[in-house]
Design a protein around this ligand. Structure first.
Ligand SMILES: [Zn+2]
Length: 411
């Protein structure tokens, strides 16, 4: 809890901002349920006209080279070092960047995989395929290259953070792995092959009072809010899914039925979140995807900080007027680093997928460094590493080639 009375009041306010509010479908006709909403009014879905302008008029300055050789020079994919993954040091946090938001974090004798995405394409399949994103940097390893795994953290259901094939493969390779997901994602995970007994489904601020034993040691996994949203299909934003047909998954609410046609209407939900992991000696924060909300991140810092490592998003932020509510820019990422009291942070959510974001593709890590220096911090306390690189927090490492590459000058 925040120490000052003012801080306590603010914490209470944030507590009041629970993830869900009661939803009364068409005056109760469809039954009662819960509708997940973004508690901070600021977030709004961009207007269709804004999206069209973004696609057609706003210049895309990403300048991602087409040639793999050129990319290999500035944004190399290193070979995974199996021995490091197999025997992480017991007294440090070790992190491996697999690409975008997918990271493997190892400390206190456990290995945690965050937001697993490994395929070349992230997005819906079938006729909506063009709505997704393709990689320009492949995943640095496959699931079969990960030697051990104790827990998987899922921040939300956007395709660049959660891949169905990955869930199935992980569940097959590591049947005992623990899954940590936010509200109402359990059924989806079970449907993809995760063992229901191994899934912890938590609401915001939950998890603080429960210990999870992994490898004989006690951990706390706490689900914390972010400013973001959920969507996987055209009709499931934040999230009302209307599904017709036979009930296949456990726990779905049947809201409506015309018995002869066996027509069912279901209401499902999903929530977005970040994760705090408290181990016996180390603490870790995984932000997932988020816009900037100072009071929220300060509260997370006051309650659960300091963190030995925070993995924070730093990319996919231009144009700001559209993306600011859901994606932080590097300057705001540095603010989160301060707010949550991270001793060291690692930048992710950049350098991997061809998204619609318009910033120069190597700008995020460069701007983070610039901002850290501007604020008088040691820039080594907010690092970006290479795809496939395994790094022990605090160790010295070679400067990444992408740090000094400037965007091409406009003619
Ligand atoms: Zn997202």
């Amino acid at each position: 809890m925040a120490a000052s009375s003012n801080g306590a009041k603010e914490s209470d306010e944030l507590d009041g901002l629970r993830s869900q509010k009661e939803w009364n479908g068409i005056g109760g006709f469809l039954g009662k349920g819960k509708y997940v909403c973004c508690p901070w009014k600021k977030f709004d879905r961009p207007h269709l006209l804004d999206l069209a302008k973004w696609k057609l008029v706003i210049p895309n300055n990403s300048n991602i080279p087409d040639k793999q050789e050129e990319l290999d020079k500035v944004l190399p994919i290193l070979d995974i070092d199996d021995s490091k993954l197999f025997s992480p040091p017991s007294d440090k946090i070790q992190v491996t960047w697999i690409g975008h938001a997918t990271v493997l974090v190892q400390f206190d004798d456990i290995s945690i995989l965050c937001d697993p995405v490994f395929r070349e394409y992230c997005g819906p399949d079938g006729i909506l395929k063009s709505a997704g994103f393709w990689r320009y940097r492949r995943a640095a390893c496959r699931i079969m290259d990960i030697p051990k795994l104790d827990a998987v953290l899922i921040s939300h259901n956007h395709y660049d953070h959660l891949e169905n094939v990955a869930v199935t493969e992980i569940a097959e390779r590591f049947p005992h792995v623990m899954w940590f997901v936010s509200c109402d994602m359990k059924d989806w995970m079970v449907n993809k092959g995760a063992n229901p007994d191994n899934i912890k489904e938590l609401d915001w601020w939950e998890g603080e009072n429960e210990s999870v034993k992994l490898n004989g040691r006690d951990f706390k996994f706490i689900c914390t809010p972010t400013q973001h949203w959920c969507q996987r299909k055209p009709l499931d934003m934040n999230k009302v899914i209307l599904a017709f047909g036979c009930p296949r998954h456990r726990g779905h609410r049947k809201l409506f039925r015309i018995s002869h046609l066996t027509l069912y209407l279901y209401l499902l939900q999903a929530l977005w979140c970040s994760w705090v992991v408290k181990g016996p000696t180390k603490s870790y924060y995984f932000a997932g995807d988020t816009g900037y909300h100072k009071r929220l991140f300060e509260t997370i810092g006051n309650r659960y900080g300091p963190f030995d490592l925070a993995v924070l998003p730093i990319g996919c932020y231009e144009p700001r007027h559209i993306l600011q509510y859901q994606h932080v820019d590097p300057i705001e990422a540095v603010s989160i680093h301060e707010d949550i009291k991270a001793k060291c942070s690692l930048g992710m959510h950049w350098g991997t997928f061809k998204t619609m974001a318009c910033e120069f593709f190597l700008e995020p890590p460069q701007k983070v460094e610039e901002e850290m220096i501007k604020r008088g911090h040691n820039p080594l306390q907010f690092m970006c590493i290479c795809h496939g690189e395994t790094w022990c927090v605090g160790d010295t490492r070679k400067r990444s080639p992408y740090m000094d590459v400037k965007p091409p000058t406009k003619a």
